[in-house]
Design a protein around this ligand. Structure first.
Ligand SMILES: [Fe+2]
Length: 169
């Protein structure tokens, strides 16, 4: 059975929406646990705000196609969930695992928006392209920020750990 490009586009919108809902959960959980890494916390808080806007853009696109954003793809969420489980377990080096997981997650989102833009184009749905370009730019910005924070975060982790201070998060 052949799919039409509109169906492919709707599925991509729903998957990306599910991804952003999960992004919010992951970042909100991290932010409420973080204590000793203010730069990571600030980056996450800023990106939580951006992510609310990204979610709204996806919902507007779905509504414009008379689709609801409620029917989410559990399999897709499961895949991302497995990747992120890495960052969730309380551990002495929780901050490092979260940094790696955030780096992976933002790059996953970059791929998702790049793909969504290509699908929207193929489906002749250019109406929301500028909005999704903006979301892509925000994901690229956060990916770069997380990347930039990996080294200083690691050095701070070492400093706190070796001083016998709270270093895990
Ligand atoms: Fe993101």
């Amino acid at each position: 059975m052949a799919l039409d490009t509109r169906d492919i586009y709707v599925t991509a919108l729903k998957n990306t929406h599910a991804l952003e809902m999960q992004a919010l959960q992951i970042m909100e959980r991290q932010v409420e646990r973080l204590q000793n890494y203010p730069e990571m916390e600030a980056a996450l808080r800023r990106h939580i705000d951006e992510t609310h806007g990204q979610r709204t853009r996806l919902e507007e696109a779905l509504h414009s196609l008379a689709e609801s954003s409620s029917a989410l793809k559990e399999g897709f969420l499961g895949f991302v969930g497995n990747m992120m489980a890495l960052g969730h377990a309380p551990a002495q080096d929780e901050i490092l695992k979260n940094a790696y997981a955030n780096h992976a997650f933002e790059n996953f989102e970059i791929a998702a928006y790049t793909s969504l833009l290509a699908i929207g184009e193929a489906a002749g749905q250019q109406g929301h392209a500028a909005a999704f370009q903006q979301s892509l730019k925000e994901e690229e910005g956060m990916a770069a920020k997380v990347r930039e924070l990996v080294r200083p975060t690691t050095l701070r982790y070492i400093e706190l750990s070796t001083a016998g201070e709270k270093a895990d998060r």
